[in-house]
Design a protein around this ligand. Structure first.
Ligand code: ZN
Length: 338
């Protein structure tokens, strides 16, 4: 089969479109003929040194079942599917306590295992969801990681409700385009940051109440102005070093910063006294549960949550797609069509 593989770590030029042996499903697994796979920042971390070698990235997969491994029941060949990208062991203390996102043995399909930048991929049968009728393969692939992360951050960790005001950084990111929509679905007031008028317009079209252009205006000053000097209840921050301090300063007393990424760097200095004097809460969010994905998929299949696709590339152009992501030129998800 054709696949996009890297044999050494480095830049997007390390991605090779080449022939590799077809994978074969083990007992309990399913072989999926990939139709679409979405990009995530995770793919870039893998390529920079975060995965085994050689490696095929791709965590957000949709396609058709091509073959069932032994002991798989309830699924059939040719069925259209979308893949939940997270596996947990089911046996450790975190799993037994109903917290699979904290499982010691959690894995993301396409991260530690080979993923969907390929014509075929094997996945555990329990990770298969039927493709909702109203969604295309590309739309379904645009949902799992970003949509479920947005749900985990804003709904499960942030406890967003109709009284909340939310600040979401980087309007064009995959997580942000779903966080904006979820914020509005739950009745919150949503403020986003971005750097271009084009992205600002798209964010407003998704429902954002206010857009701050961080190149023209100090984000904290703008948030204070928009909230009668109170600050926001929740900040969704996947940007990292560049925004962490302004995220804290944008919170009202007792507000919560939910952190889920470091696209601009990992390390910062911050004033601990500002944290405790204002009774702020900082919460980490790494992954999400199958139940959260189910709710995202259900809302999308009912047309209440819109999959946001920035651009579709053929599989052979994976390097170009990853460069688009590295330069933050997208609004929503970048998809490879297989
Ligand atoms: Zn576990």
């Amino acid at each position: 089969m054709k696949a996009v593989v890297f044999h050494e770590y480095g830049g997007a030029d390390k991605l090779r479109y080449e022939d590799v042996p077809n994978p074969s499903p083990q007992p309990g697994e399913v072989l999926v003929r990939v139709k679409a796979v979405a990009l995530n920042h995770l793919d870039i971390w893998e390529r920079m040194g975060g995965s085994p070698l050689p490696h095929i990235s791709g965590s957000d997969i949709s396609g058709e079942i091509a073959k069932l491994g032994d002991c798989v029941t309830g699924l059939k060949n040719g069925e259209k599917v979308v893949v939940f990208p997270l596996t947990s062991c089911g046996h450790c203390e975190a799993c037994l306590l109903g917290r699979p996102t904290q499982c010691e043995h959690r894995q993301i399909i396409g991260n530690q295992t080979n993923g969907g930048y390929a014509e075929y991929v094997t996945v555990p049968a329990e990770n298969i969801f039927p493709l909702p009728e109203k969604l295309s393969f590309e739309e379904a692939a645009a949902l799992p990681l970003a949509g479920s992360t947005a749900w985990h951050m804003l709904v499960s960790k942030g406890h967003v409700d109709a009284t909340s005001t939310v600040l979401i950084h980087g309007a064009g990111s995959g997580v942000s385009v779903y966080a904006v929509q979820l914020g509005k679905i739950f009745g919150a007031k949503v403020i986003v940051t971005t750097s271009t008028e084009e992205k600002a317009k798209k964010a407003r079209d998704l429902g954002a109440d206010h857009v701050i252009n961080y190149l023209n205006e100090n984000v904290v000053d703008a948030v204070k102005r928009l909230t009668n000097e109170h600050g926001v209840d929740i900040v969704i921050d996947h940007v990292g070093a560049a925004t962490f301090n302004e995220s804290l300063q944008a919170l009202r007393m007792g507000g919560k910063l939910v952190s889920a990424g470091v696209t601009t760097g990992k390390k910062i200095e911050f004033d601990i006294s500002f944290l405790y004097r204002n009774e702020l809460i900082i919460e980490g969010s790494y992954i999400y549960t199958m139940g959260e994905f189910y709710q995202v998929l259900k809302m999308a299949s009912e047309g209440r949550l819109k999959p946001v696709i920035s651009q579709v590339f053929p599989l052979s152009k994976a390097a170009e797609a990853q460069r688009t992501m590295e330069e933050a030129r997208q609004f929503g998800k970048l998809i490879l069509k297989v």
